[in-house]
Design a binder for this molecule. Structure first.
Ligand code: BMA
Length: 335
């Protein structure tokens, strides 16, 4: 196995903090100055899984009650494995139209001295199939004070899985996002434009969406949809992309791809097979079974640490040597 999983979840619901008492999962990560920063999704206990009619996300015919509303929490670690949670949530559902039903699935990137947090904002209950999901952006310099920039993605139904490259490329800021079933890439001219994108930019982007596709589902293990996971990692061979793929049985696995360093629109390698899949009890059983959902990846020395949501209930950790991951992926390099 390329990635070695930690045997037990590294973070789980905590009954002493009501907002984390039901589920703690899907963490974004960043590492600097000897500290791992983790932002994760948390839900208070009390919600229930219910059978719904019709096509919905999260399982062919199941959803959750309306009190399934996510907070975003913050935890830190010095070794990448033992984390301490802040008792207060970092982002709380609020009255802004697209945050009423929660904030989900944060990713962390950093440009200059600003941490960029992309997350999913909801204006309707999580499993309502209608138009109620957008990409949102918040920034912080210290994980204490936070500036909310509101919606930072196109006005398109269920756009999710946004992540920002951790440096400017050819002077621009790149963001990957996911309008089902593909992953798309968009460029912003400046931090100002990222924080306040004009409506005309999205009109143009949506009109020409096919030209912005970065990756499409290609293999049976990801046939239903794919989505970016952690912040891209810069290596000498290219940008390492860790992503999730969902199959027709609604099982979530982890895949790898490599993008050209100076022209990330060009995919230079992609693993045919998933590199991680649900096998442990806490990945097979939870609120949504058979899910590994990677959202955070950091390098400490030569070791790549991956943080993932397991079965929408707890947080798992896996690690691998970066050079072994690259050797594996380069075997799938396109000619
Ligand atoms: C996706 C997101 C994730 C979740 C996954 C599996 O659509 O909502 O938050 O972990 O489904 O249920």
């Amino acid at each position: 196995m390329l990635f070695k999983k930690s045997e037990h979840p590294i973070l789980a619901p905590d009954s002493s903090l009501s907002w984390t008492s039901g589920a703690v999962f899907n963490p974004g990560a960043w590492y600097d100055d000897g500290k791992v920063h983790l932002l994760f999704r948390a839900i208070p206990a009390g919600y229930q899984r219910v059978k719904l009619n019709g096509e919905i996300e999260g399982g062919p015919d199941h959803g959750f009650t309306e009190d399934y509303i996510s907070y975003i929490g913050y935890a830190t670690s010095t070794d990448g494995i033992h984390f301490t949670m802040n008792p207060e949530p970092f982002i709380t559902p609020n009255s802004e139209p697209f945050n009423v039903f929660g904030a989900e699935d944060p990713r962390i990137s950093k440009i200059d001295d600003t941490y960029l947090i992309t997350y999913t904002a909801l204006s309707r209950p999580a499993f309502d199939p209608n138009d109620g999901v957008r990409i949102a952006l918040a920034t912080t310099r210290d994980f204490k004070s936070i500036e909310s920039h509101g919606i930072s993605g196109p006005p398109h139904k269920r756009d999710k899985d946004a992540v920002i490259f951790p440096k400017r490329i050819n002077g621009k800021i790149g963001m990957i996002h996911r309008i089902t079933p593909n992953m798309q890439l968009i460029w912003f001219d400046s931090m100002e434009q990222l924080c306040n994108p004009p409506a005309s930019m999205w009109e143009e982007h949506l009109k020409t969406l096919n030209t912005h596709i970065l990756m499409k589902p290609e293999f049976s293990w990801e046939s239903k949809k794919i989505g970016a996971g952690p912040t891209p990692i810069e290596t000498k061979h290219g940008w390492l992309i860790i992503y999730h793929g969902v199959n027709e049985q609604h099982e979530y696995r982890m895949g790898l791809a490599l993008l050209d360093l100076n022209n990330p629109e060009k995919v230079i390698a992609r693993s045919l097979v998933p590199v991680m899949e649900p096998t442990l009890d806490f990945e097979l059983k939870g609120d949504v079974p058979n899910v590994v959902f990677p959202e955070g990846a950091i390098l400490i020395g030569e070791t790549l640490h991956v943080y993932y949501g397991a079965a929408d209930k707890v947080i798992g950790h896996a690690s691998a040597k970066l050079d072994e991951v690259m050797d594996f992926l380069l075997a799938y390099k396109y000619a």
